[in-house]
Each structure stands twice: as C-alpha cells, then as structure tokens.
Design a protein around this ligand. Structure first.
Ligand SMILES: *Cc1c(COP(=O)(O)O)cnc(C)c1O
Length: 356
C-alpha cells in the first residue's frame, strides 16, 4: 500500500472529551469539552431550520451575510475575514498557507491540543514552550524561541486548558518584539468570558501590527459547537490566503444562518455569558473552600494540576456522574456548566486530598 507522507504518521491523536457515564438514578453532566450548557440563543433555531429547508442548495461560498455582520461588529473590512468550520479549521488553513517542512511554529504547552496536530499535519515542526507553574504563557521564553525558521507563533488567551488570560499590554509588548515576518496568531476562543483588567483588544492589536491574526469561534460562548463555524480576522492578504486554501463550501448554510442570528442576539448572549462567569466564580469559591486551588480561570473551565493523580481524579468524577477531561500525567480540565454539576464537583473535592 502507498504510504502517506512521513509526517502523517507523526500526527498525535485528538482525544475528545468523553460523554458522561450513565449512573442509574444520577443525572450525568458533560464537563469535558468546554461546551455551553445553554440551548441556542433566541431566533437561532428558527434561522437554522429555515436554512436547513434549503439543504438541496450549496451554501453561500462568500459567506456574505456573516462577513457583513462581523465586519460591522468588529470595525474591520469584509476582506479581513475568513470563516471556517470552527476556528480549529482556521488554524489548519493558516498553517497550510504559511508553513511546510523545515518551518517552525512556536506555541505554549500545555495549550490547545489541536495545535501539535495541525502543526504536524502541515509538515512544520512545533516548538513547545512550557507554561509557567500558574498556567500562564511564558512570553519571554516564547520570544526567545523564535528563530530564522519560525513562521508562526500561536498565543492562546485565555489558555486552554490551564485557564489564565494575558493582558493587552503583555500581548502588545510581545507582538512588538516579534519580527514582522512572523505571524502571531491570537487564539481568542474564550474571549467573551474574560473578566480582568486590561483585557486583550484584538482588533487594536491588528490595527497596530498587520502580522497579527485573531482566531474566534461560535463554539464556546455562542453555543454552536455542533455546527462548526469560526473565523479569522487578519490583514486582507492573510485573510485572502486563508480563504484560498479553505475547502470550498466548508461552512454550511445552517451554520452561517445560525451564526448570523446569534450575532443579532447580543443581549441574550451577554446574559448567558454573565451567568456562566457567575457560575465560574461560584465554582472557584467552592474549590477554595474545599482547600483546593486552581490557576485564575478566565475561560469557561478550570484546571487542576494533578500530575499523576489526573486519571484517578477523572475516574472519581465519573463515579459522581461528571465527565471531565484528564490530560494524563498533567492535570484535569473541568468545564463550567450546570449549577448542580458545580455542586457535585465541590462535594467531590471535599472528599479528596488536595495536592501538596
Ligand atoms: C474550542 C477551541 C477552539 C475552537 O474550536 P472550534 O470548535 O473549532 O471553533 C479554538 N481554540 C481553542 C483554544 C479552543 O479551546
């Protein structure tokens, strides 16, 4: 049999968050994929159904309605946008367009598990820069890791799975220190959940530095994970390259319609995000009251740095009807979801010994 290209064998597998285990008499909760526990925003299901009724037609390949809505909202040109089947696909498109064998891509680690997969698939080499003990990007070390071979740096803020976000000043200083020929991707999958001083202003970064690429998604705050739609905001030349390598007709008509309707439901979105942020605060209070601690969570998830205890912790959570996401030997990520799930997590923590 013909062999795939050598790097294809090196692609690490993606480990998806497991569904919750069935426990008789116990409502199970899925806290393993950073999904939104809420149903679609008002008007979204209707828009999706209407689009679905025309499923015999191809979607609008130009994503005109979506780009118009996003351009107005973000204050950018429609030529600065490139939609994709989730922002994971945007990352693939960027790496496909700009990287190949011999090129390097610098990113923090542990960070989003799709990065090493997408980097390896592009043929490029990933350069992992360890996060600090409190789960933050070490931007000085990342800047120092840039070589003549570096094409792209991936910055994830808030960082999945560890939780902390970078400030605007930190990212702006970092971008200023990176050579103009290197693209700096700012992965803002969780930006709506950030509640800290000096939050990243992505469009301002992009105005100041044309080598910045913002990655955003409808999967998390907007709750459209199952429909697969995200986008990049970039300099028109970069956005054009991403659109050029994208699969034709990738973003379905249902996903486009749902995204446009979601953008029109801003007040309801804010209310939901606020309530998840409140739930996150309540979760942290419970965690601390149980004698545990987590790095400052700025997304819709918290991180327990449990090392070798991670698998056992995830198993205990499973027994309690909670699906969580273990990273073997490193830690466990738990999404913020239903209040009862939070209560159950805190009850579990009270029965376990926190790490020293
Ligand atoms: C969830 C996530 C994404 C986007 O996922 P899609 O569903 O493909 O849009 C991107 N980056 C990070 C860090 C994420 O956690």
């Amino acid at each position: 049999m013909l062999e795939p290209l050598p790097h294809v064998r090196e692609i690490p597998p993606y480990v998806p968050g497991k569904p919750p285990p069935a426990r008789p008499g116990l409502t199970a909760y899925k806290l393993s994929s950073n999904e939104n526990p809420y149903p679609p925003l008002p008007g979204v299901l209707g828009a999706a159904e209407q689009a679905a009724s025309a499923m015999n037609r191809y979607p609008d390949m130009g994503c005109v309605a979506l780009y118009d809505a996003l351009a107005t909202r973000l204050g950018v040109g429609t030529d600065q946008l490139a939609a994709a089947t989730g922002s994971v696909a945007s990352i693939y498109h960027l790496l496909t367009a700009y990287c190949g064998p011999g090129d390097e891509v610098v990113h923090a680690w542990r960070s989003f598990e799709a990065y090493p997969i997408a980097i390896t698939a592009s043929g490029a080499t990933g350069v992992k820069v360890p996060v600090t003990a409190d789960g933050r990007h070490d931007l000085d070390a990342m800047a120092a890791a840039i070589t003549d071979r570096t094409k792209v740096v991936l910055v994830c803020t808030p960082n999945n799975p560890t939780g902390p976000a970078l400030t605007h000043s930190e990212v702006a200083a970092f971008v200023a220190s990176v050579p103009d020929r290197v693209l700096v991707v700012v992965d803002e999958a969780y930006l709506e959940f950030v509640r800290m001083a000096d939050p990243v202003d992505g469009p301002a970064l992009l105005r100041a530095h044309p080598n910045v690429v913002l990655m955003r998604t409808f999967s998390k705050a907007y709750g459209l994970a199952g429909l697969r739609v995200g986008y990049a905001v970039a300099h028109p030349d970069v956005a054009g390259a991403l659109r050029a390598v994208a699969l034709p007709f990738g973003v379905s008509s249902v996903a486009q319609a749902a995204a446009v309707a979601s953008l029109a439901s801003e007040d309801a979105l804010q209310a939901r995000v606020d309530s998840l942020v409140d739930e996150r605060a309540r979760m942290v209070e419970g965690i601390v009251a149980a004698g545990w601690s987590v790095p400052d969570p700025q997304g819709n998830f918290v991180w327990f740095a449990l090392g070798e205890r991670s698998a056992a912790f995830a198993a205990a959570a499973g027994e309690a009807g909670l699906a969580v996401r273990p990273f073997a030997g490193e830690g466990v990520r738990v999404s913020v979801g239903e209040p009862e799930a939070t209560d159950r997590l805190v009850d579990l923590l009270q029965t376990l010994e926190p790490p020293a």
